[in-house]
Design a protein around this ligand. Sequence first.
Ligand code: FDA
Length: 317
Amino acid sequence: MNPLRPAILAAAASPRMKRVLTGTKVTADIVRRFVPGESRAELAPVVRALLDSGRLISVDYLGENTTDRARAEATVAEYLSLINELAAADMAVGSDGAAVPVEVSVKLSALGQALPGDGPAIATDNLRVVCTKAAEAGVWVTVDAEDHTTTDATLATVRELRPEFPWLGAVLQSYLHRTLDDCAEFAGPGSRIRLCKGAYREPATVAYQRNVEVTDSYLRCLETLMRGTGYPMVATHDPALVLAAERMVAETGRGTGTFEHQMLYGVRDAEQLRLAAAGHAMRVYVPYGDDWYGYLTRRLAERPANLRFFLRALVGR
Ligand code: FDA
């Protein structure tokens, strides 16, 4: 984990910093590396090109921490239109037993989880609407993991909806102390778990702080998922973990259609293509929309080189 990450994420949370960063041309250039478009029209050719290159996709409509019910409903409406467009463009053709090419990723805090009172129930109802449309269109849905204060509510929503939508996936973060237990719970038949390291600023009371601890936890969690009967989604760009996944697949005798690799749009493109060419299911997480600030700052905080490039450009050197 980048040692500067907590400081970067803390600074990025300040409204003043947000005003400064969102107003610059430099930011717009960097955003484009990680977020290919603000609208569905800008997204469409990117999605097409990724699918044509043999990769699978998971599309995320950017937005989080909504405290406005109308905004949560607008997000649901956007997901319904997105799923319609993906299906209409014939991008969502699933096949028996193999990975469905098109998935959408959803943050429950964008669907109303943070609304006062019955936020988690509102988010669950909203997710049900999205999943119903996705089921009609043959698209998968995976629920993103946000900061640790939301984990219980998010997993409760996933547990509630999985009987209706058995392909509903969830993200687990290896930096959380609790995640090995969560992996054990979700390693059963049909369960789709996207395992990532985790991208938020978390206290030492709930999360490992050192790189080596996060990586060791990832290995233990992945082993649990690989030895289970679910469908692990190996979401990392870390070469050591990609290799470890291949080793575990061989050791557990899993076939190629029983797990997938996942990476973010704009990160390690050549490695994505290599894995796809080697016959692996390789899914790219593609965010779009104009609410990109939180997503961008997490990408900058992950890697000092991104931040140095950004700061140099900002001061014009
Ligand atoms: P690590 O950070 O060690 O990176 C390994 C190597 O990958 C780096 O050395 C570099 O080469 C490259 N790399 C990684 N990040 C980069 C970046 N931003 N820019 C350029 N190069 C980079 N997190 C979360 O909390 N909730 C979630 O729901 C998700 N969802 C999600 C989906 C998918 C498909 C992925 C791949 C990741 C997430 N994440 C996430 C983010 C995740 O938690 C983590 O922060 C990043 O993947 C970075 O961790 P790595 O495992 O890649 O290792």
